[in-house]
Design a binder for this molecule. Structure first.
Ligand code: ADP
Ligand code: MG
Length: 494
């Protein structure tokens, strides 16, 4: 029997069977990948192991002993810890206090600060963390807080550590440091369950891969025995062939959007371009190049912006969102939590939000039309949700992103700007979103795609415009697309 065994695990939430009959083993001292599309049940399984949820049935055997941790603390006592994405500490307590919360050292009834600090320092050193133990946790970066969670796990003697998409909000350098730390933990005999969408990470870090699909176990195999293509196929249950977008087969139609000398002090200057009907224009640039800022200015969200914008040949006043929306401009923003969706509303309300004018007459919402709309677009995007009345915050990131898109599709805009349309979504949802963008272009919509993933940009666009530090550096046609060329333009290296 393996060191850690999941046996016929099942868990149901209202409206969804999150896990069903999931059985597989994890060898000691390995990094074991848990993969699957959004909603496959990965986090649920990790949380059951870590005592956050309890399984409906099935059992977990750790080192020959059946365990059923009812709380995270109980899981800790059994040597299981989970590194969460969300804040797991008290932000106003210091690093040292947080690390030792479980057992604060006391001397004659007084908190022994010296011991506290020494103990915390030793823990941090053991994971190679160099930040001060006196700092309030609230001041730490996401990466530092993650390292702190790992230190806490190691400090409480964790034998098994669950990582749930740990790199999703880390920079490349921070991710690299995390990988090194995971390597160290592995060499010390810790066993790791690692959830991630990033194929390169998985093949680099993990010894074994388990794939879940719709709550069921699909396969458990050594990473070396699986190709990335096989992995994708087992995750989505079909092959996700990257085919040439259909919109490229036809010439672009009449000019839909013309932007002349769009500028905003301190953000970007003299940006000019055109987008035709049925055309996809890519916007490339490094972080801070001004891509999202240009998008926001086009939507009238930047009061300081100057220049001229024409939609369908008619000028749209700058800095006026109502006018931009009326002219048929739409934007699926990068940070959908802050700008794209209202998390406290349900799916139906979110989708119809952007088209309120179409559904309300004399102030009354037309619920029937609203329902038809969310069903039409939600189904088309294969959004996974128990019902359209489910609060959107309960959906996985990929499904939230699809609804953010649906919201704008429902408005039937003429020019749609999508900012990082697939960030944080899995391969299956990504292929569906790409296909949808292609279909929209084929139907004659003009699209501007902003993406930090060059392969995505090159797959979707007819032309790519490169921005660097707020300046328009140049434009490449599809025949000249190449990753090195684009990177050189983005970074300003000759
Ligand atoms: P993954 O991590 O693979 O993306 P999850 O384990 O988060 O998937 O979710 C599996 C399914 O269970 C999804 O359909 C999700 O909506 C549902 N789910 C997860 N957590 C809850 C919860 N607390 N309440 C209701 N449904 C949930
Ligand atoms: Mg998850």
């Amino acid at each position: 029997m393996a060191f850690l065994e999941f046996q016929q695990m099942a868990k149901r939430f209202p409206g969804v069977q999150a896990l069903q009959d999931v059985s597989f083993g994890v060898a000691q001292g390995t990094c074991h990948a848990l993969m699957g599309e959004n909603g496959a049940g990965k986090s649920t399984l990790g949380k059951i192991l870590a005592g956050v949820y309890t399984a409906d049935s099935g059992q977990i055997v750790l080192d020959g002993e059946v365990i059923a941790p009812a709380t995270p603390l109980a899981a800790r006592r059994q040597g299981i810890a989970m590194v969460h994405q969300e804040l797991a500490f008290c932000p106003n307590l210091s690093v040292a206090e947080n690390l030792c919360l479980g057992e604060l050292p006391a001397r004659a009834g007084w908190l022994d600060r010296g011991t506290l600090r020494r103990r915390a320092r030793a823990l941090l050193d053991s994971v190679g963390a160099d930040f001060a133990v006196d700092r309030p946790v609230g001041e730490l970066s996401t990466a530092q807080e993650q390292v702190l969670q790992i230190a806490a796990a190691v400090g409480t003697g964790a034998r098994v550590i669950v990582f749930d998409e740990p790199t999703s909000s880390l920079s490349a350098t921070e991710s690299e440091q995390l990988f090194q730390l995971i390597g160290t933990l592995k060499s010390r005999g810790h066993t790791m369950l690692y959830v991630s969408h990033r194929m390169d990470e998985i093949f680099r870090l993990c010894d074994t891969i388990t794939v879940l699909r719709d709550g069921r176990h699909v396969v458990t195999e050594p990473a070396g025995a699986m190709t990335p293509e096989q992995l994708v196929r087992s995750m989505v249950g079909r092959s996700v062939a990257a085919h040439e977008p259909a919109h490229l087969q036809r010439p672009p139609g009449d000019e839909l959007l013309r932007v002349e000398s769009l500028s905003s002090p301190g953000k970007f200057a003299e940006v000019s371009f055109r987008v035709g009907a049925g055309e996809v224009l890519g916007l490339a640039g490094l972080v801070g190049a001004g891509r999202s800022e240009v998008a926001q200015a086009l939507l009238g969200l930047d009061p300081a912006a100057t220049g001229r914008v024409f939609v369908g040949g008619r000028e749209v006043p700058i800095g006026n969102m109502a006018a931009a929306l009326r002219a048929g401009l739409g934007l699926v923003p990068e940070d959908r939590k802050r700008q794209g969706l209202v998390l406290s509303l349900n799916c139906r309300e979110n989708v119809s939000l952007a088209s309120l004018a179409r559904f309300s007459r004399l102030g009354w919402m037309n619920r029937g039309a609203e329902n038809a709309l969310v069903t039409q677009y939600g189904d088309r995007l294969r959004v996974k949700t128990p019902s359209w009345e489910t609060e959107i915050s309960r959906l996985s990131g990929g499904n939230q992103q699809k609804l953010a898109l649906a919201k704008w599709l429902a408005r039937e805009c003429r020019v749609l700007i999508v900012d990082e349309p697939t960030r944080g979504v899995d391969v299956g949802a990504k292929a569906e979103i790409h296909q949808l963008l292609d279909e929209l272009a084929v139907q004659g919509m003009g699209l501007i795609v902003i993406s930090s993933e060059l392969p995505e940009l090159m797959a979707l666009s007819r032309r790519i415009l490169v921005l660097r530090q707020g300046r328009q550096i140049g434009e490449l046609g599809r025949e000249n697309f190449s990753q090195p060329t684009l990177l050189r333009m983005m970074a300003g290296v000759e």
